[in-house]
Design a protein around this ligand. Sequence first.
Ligand code: PXP
Length: 239
Amino acid sequence: MKRMRLGVNVDHVATLREARKTTEPDPVTAAMLAEQGGADQITFHLREDRRHIQNRDARIISEMAQTMVNMEMAATPEMQEIALALHPDSVTLVPERREELTTEGGLDLVRLTDRVAPVVKALQNGGIRVAAFINPDTAQIKEAARIGFDAIEIHTGEYANAAKSEKDNALRTIRDASITAAKYGLHVHAGHGLTYHNVLPIVEIEEIEELNIGHSIIARSVFVGIERAVREMIELIKR
Ligand code: PXP
């Protein structure tokens, strides 16, 4: 059976470790166990403030992963240099503000095109596929295609947080954006706020090839272990 790729975001394991500034739990171990559970990809976000994933984690995960590695990062010279050295399979460019709890909105490519475009080119020249984490918005999709991104990751946070009465609308926006992006020749990924309870309508969108899920899987893994948590998500996203 064909199914979407599942990228498991292991940042939240590092968040727990950093709460005590100690050595456990180790996101590297989490990544290896997520692969045992069937994850197609390990995703991590190396933030400028290093609040969870550290350079050491990024390096060891990149060296040890048997599946694909997706590095989320801000479009800065420092991160560009690190990505080119680590050589993940893909980079997803995300916005960063220091005070935010997590990545709160999509990257505004229309506003930031001059800053983002050279980073995309440099990473692609280094043999890395590059995705833009954007809101499901036509202007952003067109700009992603114009810059030459390989893919977009649609921010599903608004759908995830929508009140019941607004869910259908939010879902339609994501579906329309997925169709538009595919028409522009972009691969389509989705992520943020996806859970065992809200992922199914997203799975039904044909154009979406990859999901990146962190919080919900890591939260469940506290009770059932990460291998089983990943396996349960994979069962759900078969289509
Ligand atoms: N995709 C991107 C680009 C993200 O920034 C995040 C959050 O780090 C995720 C996916 C995963 O979101 P969540 O932890 O809500 O599943």
